[in-house]
Design a protein. Structure first.
Length: 157
């Protein structure tokens, strides 16, 4: 991968964090939705990330990152770093819904309870701040890489 190919790494991080922010916004928007198209209350969604890199002729299960750094430059060129990958957006089925007793509510069951989503707005706000900071950090890395590339090009003049 050429030098400018490494720009894909922070860009993938920014893209992943932008998607994470969209999911968080969806959670906050539905924090009081008691009935969805599926027939139940809204269930919080979570974004799952995975490292995105590929190797040619190099088994990552057998070697640690430290061992990779100790490889020769020619061997390390076989590693293709691609950044971060959003593997899925899944429902948070582990956190329970909040039961509310109100027999007059249109979505109440036969026992008089309806259920609020398992969305904690304060937790979503914290996740939002973390996603925002991660986005900004990836942008700073991107800016640094672009600056380094510009300086390298100006050296050749």
């Amino acid at each position: 991968m050429g030098f400018l190919g490494y720009l894909n790494i922070p860009v993938s991080g920014m893209t992943a964090q932008r998607l994470r922010m969209e999911v968080i916004a969806q959670n906050v928007a539905n924090a009081t939705t008691t009935m969805t198209e599926d027939g139940g209350p809204y269930v919080r969604q979570v974004t799952l990330f995975n490292e995105a890199r590929s190797f040619k002729n190099f088994d990552t299960r057998k070697h640690s990152f430290g061992e990779i750094l100790n490889k020769t430059l020619a061997e390390r060129r076989e590693i293709k770093y691609r950044g971060v990958l959003v593997t899925a957006v899944v429902k948070d089925d582990q956190t329970p819904l909040t039961p509310v007793y109100d027999p007059s509510h249109p979505h109440a069951d036969e026992d008089g309870y309806y259920y609020l989503p398992n969305v904690d707005v304060a937790e979503e706000e914290m996740d939002s701040m973390a996603a925002s900071h991660s986005y900004e950090n990836n942008y700073a890395v991107y800016e640094t890489l672009v600056s380094m590339a510009q300086r390298a090009l100006s050296m050749g003049k």
